[in-house]
Design a protein. Structure first.
Length: 301
């Protein structure tokens, strides 16, 4: 179990899985302003025991809010288990996700179809009592305000949460890898179904929020939010252009050809070769998903 004190009142809790590359990837964020305890993205069902041990280590006996950036199994699948032991928690979720968290059978079926054995490693999604979950775009809690900002793109039910100068960004800006030297590895998270206009619009919207600290769903924190969003926007356009070029060239094998081109020339993934081998394997797998999302989008235009 790894609990990282990031800055005053903010901790990152690792939720690693015993699978190749599934480290420095899944995490939960704990924010403790004053007497409040706020948890962002509790993670999948299979890692809830790890999360509970971490909360115990941090002397958290009860949570006030659980904020879900979106309802994918790796971010929200274990929320219902936490509520079994802490029934007074308020769970905040996008309106489109409310019914799926209360009755998650269709969400779980979709997760199995898309992710297969990875979904099984995450564990079946736990249901949430209807009385505990809601969408609240603005919350006044103690001395702080929590703003839930709708940012569809990675998913139609995606939210970012702005608390002071901290933006809990989920996957709106993609995936980060925390190089110790501060180097920036950034990958878009654009699995099918994908819409360039929606994804880019949310990136632009998030970039205008007054945040200095950017907390990723995958993974870690950046304190240079402006340059990160600038790169994410540039990268999105470059990936779309690269995928379109390979469609026109009828490249085969398609995903591999596009990915090789991106590793060679894209500013966001130029550090791919510096990643540990197991992280490279993970990133290649999910990059192929993002490439497929863009390809499907372009072919349907």
């Amino acid at each position: 179990m790894s609990v990282h004190a990031i800055c005053e009142n903010l901790w990152l809790i690792d939720l690693d899985l015993p699978r190749e590359g599934f480290r420095n990837f899944i995490s939960a964020w704990l924010y403790r302003p004053g007497d409040l305890a706020i948890l962002v993205d509790p993670g999948p069902r299979s890692t809830i025991p790890v999360l509970q041990e971490a909360l115990k280590k941090l002397d958290i006996e009860t949570l006030d809010y659980i904020l879900l950036t979106h309802i994918h199994v790796d971010h929200a699948g274990g929320a219902g288990l936490l509520l079994e032991h802490d029934p007074g928690v308020r769970l905040i979720c996008h309106p489109q996700g409310l019914r799926h968290m209360v009755a998650p059978s269709r969400l779980w079926e979709g997760s199995l179809k898309v992710l297969g054995d990875i979904a099984l490693a995450y564990g079946e999604i736990a249901s949430v009592p209807a009385g505990n979950i809601s969408f609240e775009p603005h919350i006044e809690a103690g001395r702080i305000a929590i703003d839930a900002v709708e940012t569809p793109g990675h998913a139609s039910h995606h939210l970012c949460y702005l608390i002071g100068d901290i933006l809990f960004a989920g996957e709106v800006a993609g995936i980060n890898y925390p190089f110790r030297n501060g180097g920036l590895y950034l990958r878009p998270a654009t699995p099918p179904p994908f819409s360039y206009e929606i994804y880019r619009g949310s990136l632009e919207k998030a970039s205008l929020l007054k945040a200095d600290r950017l907390c990723f769903g995958h993974y870690g924190i950046r304190t240079d939010a402006g340059p990160v969003f600038d790169l994410a926007l540039q990268q999105l356009d470059n990936w779309i252009a690269t995928v379109e070029r390979h469609i026109e060239a009828e490249s085969d094998p398609f995903e591999q050809s596009v990915f090789a081109d991106l590793v060679a020339y894209d500013a966001g993934v130029r550090l791919y070769r510096d990643l540990p081998p197991d992280i490279q394997a993970r990133e290649k797998y999910f990059s192929f998903n993002s490439i497929r999302g863009m390809r499907e989008y372009l072919l349907k235009r």
